[in-house]
Design a protein around this ligand. Sequence first.
Ligand SMILES: Nc1ncnc2c1ncn2[C@@H]1O[C@H](COP(=O)(O)OP(=O)(O)O)[C@@H](O)[C@H]1O
Ligand SMILES: [Mg+2]
Length: 326
Amino acid sequence: MLSLIKTWKALNKKGVMGINQRNADFILKYNKRSNYPLVDDKILTKQKAIKAGISVPELYGVIQTEHDISKLDEIIKDHRDFVIKPAQGSGGDGIIVIADRYGVDRYKTVSGRLMRHNEIEYQLSNIITGLYSLGGMRDSAIIEYRVKPDPIFKSISYEGVPDLRIIVLLGYPIMAMLRLPTRQSNGKANLHQGAIGVGVDLATGTTLNGSWFNEQIVSHPDTDNNVSNIQLPMWDKFIHLATSCYELVDLGYIGVDLVLDETKGPLILELNARPGLNIQIANDVGLYSRAHIVEEHIALLKREKRTETVEERIAFSMKHFSVLDK
Ligand SMILES: Nc1ncnc2c1ncn2[C@@H]1O[C@H](COP(=O)(O)OP(=O)(O)O)[C@@H](O)[C@H]1O
Ligand SMILES: [Mg+2]
């Protein structure tokens, strides 16, 4: 706990954004409430992305009622692996990643636990009754394609799918973090499930140092491999996808979660209207100072009655927010 306080204190000097400031100055100021449902419901996000030609994991089906639960077999068909998740969940809660099936009644999760059909049904029922949804409202369960991570992540990850979080302010990417699942996080890349956060240089897509439970680390606790100095593949594509999400959902302050599938390439997993602040620890940089640079730039563009394209916005961010010498 002491080290956590020390970490935040040190970051404070670097323009760290606190939770109250995030809520008042960024979320409330830049995110239109009426557009929240688009990102708070993963089914709506998926539909919107598909319409705009943005790749997402294929939807196998949706279960909305207790009665629908019996349709699970029809939805899964002969897929040996799939993912079940609450449409309005967050933080990785309630997600099951199934990696394989045995016979008619056994499912193996990505971390090796065996589940029976009735356990899956029980989980579906929990999701529908709103156990994992914002505010405990009734929810739907999504059944979708299981992303297979690109082999580049094999050495630095432990099971599951690493994801890339990019914070986009008013259409400008301002910070990025790679999140690596650990034994603890059950194949999920959410920090509070126990995943590692690794800072990523915005200009080059090279990994920086890591953090685990708010402590800075250099190697993965399960594989012991170094997590820094790795060049992420297809960086331009990732940054382009994330940046264009500004136009997609018309929200000024978002966290975009992306993954790299071994055959389908970069996919958008979900968007967050209230992204967490730990990305600052992983990057050892404050969001506030970067946000301020973007706000000043936009004020200048306004005075000049100009706006910028996705490409121009990316070039601005790469120029101003790189921490490595190219
Ligand atoms: N289709 C999928 N295939 C494989 N892993 C997934 C899939 N969907 C989610 N995950 C894992 O679970 C994590 C959380 O999923 P996400 O859709 O971002 O939901 P949440 O809103 O709970 O964060 C991801 O970072 C990833 O590691
Ligand atoms: Mg997420």
